[in-house]
Ligand binder design. Sequence first.
Ligand code: C2E
Ligand code: MG
Ligand code: MG
Length: 396
Amino acid sequence: MPVGDIGKPLGRGQYWAKRVLFASTGTSNATSWVVLAVALTGCWLLGHLLGGAGRVAPHWFYLPVIFAGVRFGPGAAFVTGVFAGVLAGPLMPLDVADGVPQTVPDWATRLAFFVLIGQVVAFLVARSHAELAEELRRLRLHEDLRRGLALDEFHLAYQPIVTLGTGEIVGAEALLRWTQPDGSSVCPSTFVPVAEDSGLIVPIGAWVLREACGQASAWSRSLPPERDFKISVNVSALQLADPDLPKHVQAALVESGLRPSVLTLEVTETALIVDIEQSVAALVALKAIGVGLAIDDFGTGQSSLAYAHRFPVDVIKVDQSFVARIETDTASAAITASVIGLAHGLGMQALAEGIETAGQLALLRSMGCDLGQGYYFDRPATPEALSERLALASVG
Ligand code: C2E
Ligand code: MG
Ligand code: MG
């Protein structure tokens, strides 16, 4: 399925400029040591070819010293500085043809400068090393994301949502998956933030909507009419701020023939509280289409209680970090119970995420939680696997 406009390659110039400046991050340790050895030998040969240290001062030795400082830090810069000092000193005569040696103070001073500059560079770079590496990683991931979109490397997995009372599957959450050409997968918590920063989440999100609605429409047609089944799709902060989101949603519904009430859009609490007024307006516009709305990862934001009543949502999803500790930590259990109470008090349903054990399920049931999802029931799976589960459940 085409994904729409994925924009121009972003930051290519910037990427390569940084790559050259910071060549070290992309090369393995072994390669970098070989580069250093070759550079030092090359510098020594150059000095000899130019006639010796008396004809021209061998300042080019600073290059391998700086490289060692950037690539490996102060230790390697020190060793390289000493090597450079010896190669450019006792091992390089003043005049190669006559074999006149350099004076000790001359070459020793140069050696001291090589070591000093190496240490200064290593010190300056150490502070921005992690930052540059992270920026480079994100730029590379961004380029890979664009390629992934163009080459159709994305697909959706579906995790069942069940009624806690009966265990019946009443819906599924569509979760984005990315498998790269070498077969490795990148998890959404790694690539979704990069897609958000670069704006690529907008075309990706539009694709997810169309794909999930198409699949849900097929499920709705295959299930008995009285069977309640909803599909949940995650929507990022950037998508929510996009004035075209209602249009994308409408288009996906029309294209798939899905009834609006079958679709639930999930927005994280953190995304909602970035700009409360704008979020309320966006949610009202989506509500007008007739789709359901859910607050995802509830409890991880900072002002949950103060604003929950302002959002016209149908479901509050208790964040899985609370569910994970519900059996062992009284505070997490108390927070979970309060969130369930809050949801009911506001006329919404409560859904617990990340249920992994029978003990967690029992506690959540006793707290009156309506819905749940988690590995205890099912892991996110292919649409075919969920079709089988739904068919079995319908027969049962
Ligand atoms: P989320 O929307 O809160 O989705 C639930 C996450 O919890 C999923 O991780 C799911 O695989 C995982 N999970 C489900 N049950 C369990 C369990 O019992 N134990 C544990 N430990 N984890 C469980 P996933 O698929 O890695 O997605 C992570 C997040 O990435 C999602 O959190 C959502 O915020 C984001 N995401 C995924 N797909 C999309 C998408 O299509 N669009 C956008 N904007 N965000 C997405
Ligand atoms: Mg979600
Ligand atoms: Mg969640």
